[in-house]
Write a protein that binds this ligand. Structure first.
Ligand SMILES: Cc1cc2nc3c(=O)[nH]c(=O)nc-3n(C[C@H](O)[C@H](O)[C@H](O)COP(=O)(O)OP(=O)(O)OC[C@H]3O[C@@H](n4cnc5c(N)ncnc54)[C@H](O)[C@@H]3O)c2cc1C
Ligand code: SF4
Ligand code: SF4
Length: 411
């Protein structure tokens, strides 16, 4: 198989999440992220790659490799739960500034922490994602150097985004920075750190939303069509924020704004979520590679129509490292963050039931993929063997068979 075919295989086997890291590793002259026919962001080899470059991509691509917290950091955490991983503290929180809390996806914690990191001089800039890119529904990598920049990037982008295409540019600045990106993005950068010493020297804070997956581009077209909105008419799309979760707000080319309830956009429950294949088998939506992972805190994992309009938003934080703990405490002293009740792993499982299911099932699903002749991610520091043992043989067999069937259907 040629080097280019090996890169394509990650895409063909449904494991590419469109993060852009391969562009950063190979350089944009050799690999460029582009909008594929299905609307997703996918790498295109523009020049011969060579085996060495593709080996480097395979070692850190989140399609082929998923890493948890490096053991040296995990060892210092006082708690290490089978599902929720290493952590120092689980606590509710929201932004101290009302506008940040309002505009943020949940309680604006990631935005507040990003702003505090700049204000306190801990980092020179943030690499994160804001609206924009190849389509109004997409997200695009951005360097935030001011608190206003960070606020402008608030809100979850539930469409394709390739933040790591900008990783090389971020590292080349030679300044300390924070990375806010999805768990799979962070995991990929942790893996890349094993080959690139600049990462541990320059990436000072690793922040992430807990993540159940994004909406495939084709599914977005279908959802909009169900609500009588033609995709071609969409000029801007805000998925949530301005309340928790806030409406999905779609500005059309003629200036009209349409708003959809979060539950009408995503569907009433987990069964109706349309997700990329890689997200369906994700072993780490909990953001194990992060200093801090910020989650929603709705009982059962979804907002209620009745409570949503007045909900100002409360994040559940998984504080995984000593650096994360120091940051949360300093931001709370500063007033950037307000801390609420301490919570526990039972609370986390009750507000994130889909994450619990995926975590237990991950290893059996990967085995099913391998049995079907497909690639499956290698994992490190995620306790997947112990999770599979706890899952039980019957459940594992069902997951293996299900993954094998889906692999054959390529769904
Ligand atoms: C794709 C996706 C799926 C999610 N699924 C879940 C879930 O299953 N359960 C759950 O509890 N929470 C989920 N969230 C997280 C939730 O929506 C909130 O983002 C999280 O609670 C943080 O809220 P906040 O108010 O602190 O975020 P904000 O203060 O609004 O900050 C959000 C930050 O996330 C960054 N960001 C937004 N979109 C992306 C993206 N696509 N890729 C990389 N970075 C991005 C922004 O740059 C910003 O820094 C998901 C988020 C995303 C992006
Ligand atoms: S590095 Fe990212 S964009 Fe490249 S193949 Fe892997 S998942 Fe896809
Ligand atoms: S579910 Fe997993 S693979 Fe999908 S976007 Fe979230 S962290 Fe990445």
């Amino acid at each position: 198989m040629t080097a280019e075919a090996r890169l394509n295989r990650i895409v063909e086997d449904g494991l590419c999440i469109g993060c852009g890291l391969c562009e950063a590793i190979a350089g944009p002259d050799r690999v460029r992220m582009a909008r594929a026919a299905n609307g997703e962001l996918r790498p295109e080899a523009r020049e011969p790659l060579g085996d060495e470059i593709v080996a480097s991509i395979y070692a850190s691509c989140p399609g082929t490799h998923v890493s948890g917290l490096p053991p040296a950091l995990a060892r210092t955490a006082p708690h290490n739960d089978l599902v929720w991983g290493p952590h120092h503290r689980l606590v509710l929180a929201w932004a101290g500034d009302d506008e940040v809390r309002h505009r943020g996806s949940t309680g604006g914690v990631l935005t507040a922490l990003g702003q505090y990191l700049l204000r306190s001089g801990r980092v020179a800039f943030l690499l994160q994602v804001k609206a924009g890119g190849a389509a109004p529904s997409h997200g695009v990598a951005t360097f935030s150097g001011t608190e206003a920049d960070v606020l402008a990037a608030a809100g979850s982008r539930y469409g394709p985004a390739a933040p790591l295409a900008a990783l090389e540019t971020a590292l080349a600045r030679g300044e300390p920075f924070a990375l806010i990106a999805k768990p799979c993005d962070l995991s990929a950068v942790r893996a890349r750190a094993r080959e690139d010493a600049r990462i541990d020297a320059l990436v000072r804070y690793w922040l992430t939303p807990v993540c159940g997956g994004y909406m495939p581009d084709a599914s977005l077209t279908a959802v909009l069509a169900r609500h009588g909105i033609a995709r071609a008419d969409v000029a801007a799309l805000r998925y949530r924020g301005f309340g928790c979760p806030g409406p999905t707000s779609i500005r059309l080319a003629d200036g009209t704004v349409r708003e959809l309830d979060y539950l009408d956009f995503w569907g009433e429950d987990e069964a109706s979520w349309s997700l990329p294949f890689r997200c369906k088998i994700c072993p780490d939506g909990n953001g194990e590679a992060a200093d801090i992972a910020a989650a929603d805190s709705w009982p059962g994992g979804a907002p209620s129509r009745e409570a949503a309009p007045g909900d100002p938003g409360t994040n559940a934080l998984i504080v995984r490292t000593a650096a994360g703990l120091e940051l949360v405490e300093a931001a709370a002293r500063d007033g950037a963050l307000v801390l609420g009740d301490e919570v526990d792993v039972a609370f986390m499982s009750a507000v994130q039931p889909h994450q619990v299911k995926k975590k237990y099932a991950a290893l059996a699903r990967f085995q099913g993929l391998v049995e079907a002749g497909r690639l499956a991610p290698e994992t490190r520091d995620l306790r997947l063997d112990a999770l599979a043992a706890a899952n039980g043989e019957d459940a594992n067999r069902r997951e293996r068979e299900g993954a094998r069937r889906r692999a054959a259907r390529r769904t």
